[in-house]
Structures are given as C-alpha cells and as structure tokens.
Design a protein around this ligand. Structure first.
Ligand code: ZNH
Length: 132
C-alpha cells in the first residue's frame, strides 16, 4: 500500500501535471492509439477521452485513501456499460508513467516512479473491482 512518501510524491507530480491536463491527456491517448493508422478518424473524441481519463486520475489522487469505494461507480461503468477489457488499464497506466517522465524529467526520479506506479496499480485494482 501507499506510504506517506508515496502519497506526497503522487500528489506533487500530479499537481504539476494539472495545469497542463489537456496536453497530458492528449499525449496519453496519442501513445495509446499510436497503432491506429488513421488517427484522425474520431480524433476529436480520442483527444477528449484523454482529458476525461486524466480528470478521473486527478480525482483518484484526491481520494487515494479510499480508492475502492470512491471508484466503485466508475468501475461499474467500465465493467458493465463500456465493457472495457481491464487489460487496457495496465496499458494506459504505463502510458501515464511515460508521459509524466517525458514532461517532467527532473521530477520523475526513480523514487517518484515507484510511488506513481504503486498508485496507478491501486487505481487499476479499484477500477477492476466490479469485474470480479
Ligand atoms: Zn475510461 C469514460 C476514467 C481507462 C474507455 N473513463 C470514462 C469516464 C471517466 C473515466 C472519469 C467518464 C465517466 C462519466 O462520464 O461518468 N478511464 C478512466 C480512468 C482510467 C480509464 C481513470 C484509467 C486510469 N477508459 C479507460 C480505458 C478505456 C476506457 C483503458 C478503453 C480502452 N472510458 C472509456 C470509454 C468511456 C470512458 C469508452 C466513455 C466515453 C464517453 O462516453 O465519452
């Protein structure tokens, strides 16, 4: 679980990302969908979705002490309504890590990397609750 240092690391780097949320979200979805030949198809929606996911992650940062309960309805949405394969949560988490490392190389120390990785793993678990 997240210790005090993890929590402050996670809060600090996402606080830095927040003012650039549109750009961060776009970078994440761009790397996520890079295998698409025609990225322009539905591009506006794809861009918008990056922002949506990042807003969800920022909300999760604020609620990191009880992710399972706070993300319950979001888990239900992804499991039953959207039917997103939970394997995708891992991929998008990896992209979030990459984008943070690219945007904030000085802040993205090995220490912060571990903390953000732990945090995103917990977000994924919380989002996967309703799949079981
Ligand atoms: Zn998701 C939606 C979050 C991942 C797909 N999402 C959504 C939302 C949110 C989110 C917040 C909105 C909701 C409402 O509206 O209510 N996601 C999220 C997060 C994550 C995610 C946080 C991670 C981390 N998603 C994801 C993935 C996918 C998805 C991976 C796929 C692949 N989502 C989705 C969809 C939707 C969503 C499809 C819907 C959209 C619209 O409607 O627009």
């Amino acid at each position: 679980s997240l210790n005090a240092k993890d929590k402050s690391n996670v809060k600090a780097i996402f606080a830095k990302a927040e003012p650039r949320i549109i750009f961060v979200g776009h970078s994440i979805t761009k790397s996520y969908f890079s295998h698409w030949k025609d990225f322009t198809a539905g591009s506006a929606e794809v861009r918008k979705h990056g922002l949506t996911v990042m807003q969800g992650v920022l909300r999760a940062v604020d609620m990191m002490d009880n992710l399972n309960t706070s993300l319950l309805s979001l888990s239900e949405l992804h499991a039953f309504k959207l039917r997103v394969d939970p394997a995708n949560f891992k991929i998008i988490s990896h992209n979030i890590l990459l984008v943070l490392a690219m945007l904030f190389p000085d802040d993205f120390t090995p220490d912060v990397h571990v903390s953000v990785d732990k945090f995103l793993a917990q977000v994924n678990l919380a989002l996967s609750v309703k799949y079981r």
